[in-house]
Design a protein around this ligand. Sequence first.
Ligand code: AMP
Ligand code: ZN
Length: 454
Amino acid sequence: MTQIRLHNSKTRRKEEFTPLEADNVRMYLCGPTVYDRAHLGNSRNVLMFDVLYRLLRHVYGADHVTYARNFTDVDDKINTRAAESGRSISEITQETIGWYHADMDALGALRPNHEPRATAYIAEMVAMIEDLIAKGHAYAAEGHVLFAVDSFDSYGALSGRSVDDMIAGARVEVAPYKKNPMDFVLWKPSSDDLPGWDSPWGRGRPGWHIECSAMTDALFGPSFDIHGGGTDLMFPHHENEVAQSCCAHPDGQFAQIWLHNEMLQVEGKKMSKSLGNFFTIRDLLDQGIPGEVVRFVMLGTHYRKPMDWTDRKRADAEATLRKWREMTADVEPGEMSEAVIEALADDLNTAGAIAELFRLASEGDVATLKASAQMLGLLTDPLGGWDQVDTGDHGARIEALLQERAEARKAKDFARADALRDGFAAAGVIVKDTADGATWEAGPNFDPSKLDEL
Ligand code: AMP
Ligand code: ZN
């Protein structure tokens, strides 16, 4: 069996991965807060976890891996968006979840087995908070419930900080009801105009961190295999998840392995909404860039390295995939390359796996290329968004050539008609003759420059 090795943020080392139960591998990724379109950075760990999911299914069997990714659908950013737009919260979250699915589907990401929404787990959160209070790890004050960081000796271990450093370095909200400035909110009161649920502490809503603790517990139990998110979530979000879950379940260990991806950057800066330097996945798809091309570029950099999105990478990826799609068009996938599996098993070395795909392509081993690329979610059917290839200004030219072909046929100029047919094939234009005339679409190897020769 392939031995997977993963870099565990908890131990800061690459470790051999051994699932707690080989027939029940459990992985959890912190998903989006749903009030706006996902930006390109948000796709980074979705794609990384998608490759991990595919690899785990390959090694342990598809029925033995469970992948959960949450939707944060209660959050002050959502409330603000609703107030600003005059729309209801459920309308906004519902719409955003739909967009998220469409965008991640377009990148070829498999849907997780579970996509829990925070609002569906309020009762579980309340129960966990009550348990934390009973065990002396949390306290109620002025309608809030706070987690007492001093009650958990290992607080700060995941991110490698001491509580004193945190207080010195962080912009913590100093509130009179906090015993320690680092104590964080488990529950807070809601005014009548905000979403709220009845609780032992009055009408209120959960803090952000408790949802992942309550949902992993409900879906996976107190111990599970892999938990991930961006490095930006390591503190405070993941640190707080560990504190909540380990204090509620002292016998559990919460996540065995923590995986953190580095940030996607633009011009050397983290892509983020607050910096205003972001573009959405939909922006790229709307420019006619196939989802598969975005996927290829994103997987070209190892997840633990910062990555820059550049138009040059986009163009190179597009040319490569066009070529590979052409080479493998009529080929049945063969055996997967061991070298590709080995690369992925080595802490998800997607860049190394892609280098191996290039080698297979250069050797003309197309059956292995296709099978191995599919392990990375590439060269799959349907066409990974190529059916929406933007034909730009070429549409009119293609229409004119089709018209010319019809006239050539009518005039029995078969040489010209055949030359046009061959030209369309060379340019990757798929022509279908129907009773109502010819229709066309741009295929994956669409190359309009070939039309110039006609
Ligand atoms: P958010 O909706 O901002 O909480 O982010 C959702 C997920 O996207 C989290 O796992 C973040 O770590 C991740 N993320 C946010 N910004 C970036 C970025 N620029 N690069 C990579 N991952 C990001
Ligand atoms: Zn989380």
